[in-house]
Design a protein around this ligand. Structure first.
Ligand code: SF4
Length: 227
């Protein structure tokens, strides 16, 4: 697999937020979201075998626990990443897969928690969500909308209601987009959509979703990589 980095940090943006987690960040993405904070994954990286990745994960988290497979878009390396996820499950890890929602997810092993984006209009990558993926979502999975303005919010709200997402998955996450050039202060001034405004909209509409903030951006400098 082509790997950008493997590191241990705090899970930042799901119902697992706040828990220690080992991240396996794979190289490459076929989308170009306007607010992407992972552009450094688009190229480069280094080849690692499944065994080398597992060995590094075990070194960082010998007590098992949480492992997140992320990117870039990890499902671009589907054949190898499916084997890696199954191996980690068999070893007793709780495995999260963070994916853009644009790739088919049928081959993701049962037991992996899928955290699936639906790209909103102002992401620059609207209409990329593969609708067939709705059918394979499980109750343990999570759907995430990253929002930068009212248009995005209304798209997400309507999508959630139209497809009855609240009844299909463990969580529907509404997350304000973060400025990709943010650095320095660790506060909401870098959010492209004010979380307070988003909270007020969600409450007014009784949206069956969970407001999510990227916890790691409030712990470390938002520009820091590998956290
Ligand atoms: S899918 Fe993820 S990694 Fe790819 S461009 Fe969008 S935010 Fe960046």
């Amino acid at each position: 697999m082509q790997v950008t980095e493997i590191f241990k940090s705090i899970q930042g943006e799901s119902t697992y937020a706040g828990l220690p987690c080992v991240f396996v960040r794979l190289t490459g993405c076929n989308l170009r979201c306007s607010w992407c904070d992972s552009e450094y994954t688009f190229t480069g990286g280094h080849r690692m075998s499944l065994e080398e990745i597992v060995e590094e994960v075990e070194g960082l988290n010998p007590g098992r626990g949480l492992v997140e497979i992320t990117g870039g878009e990890p499902m671009l390396q589907e054949r190898e990443v499916v084997s890696l996820m199954q191996h980690l499950l068999d070893e007793g890890y709780t495995v999260l897969l963070e994916t853009s929602g644009e790739r088919p997810l049928q081959r993701v092993p049962k037991g992996v928690v899928k955290i699936v984006d639906v790209k909103c209009p102002n992401s620059g990558e609207p209409d990329t969500f593969l609708m067939e993926n709705l059918e394979i979502l499980e109750r343990t999975d999570e759907i995430k909308f990253v929002l930068s303005d009212r248009t995005d919010y209304e798209f997400a709200r309507d999508f959630v209601l139209r497809h009855h997402l609240a009844g299909r998955v463990n969580a529907v996450l509404f997350s304000p987009a973060f400025s990709k050039d943010a650095s320095g202060s660790r506060d909401t001034s870098h959010c492209l959509l004010d979380p307070r405004e988003l909270a007020e909209w969600m409450l007014a509409d009784n949206v069956p979703g969970r407001l999510g903030l990227q916890v790691h951006k409030f712990i470390w400098d938002p520009a820091m990589k590998g956290v």
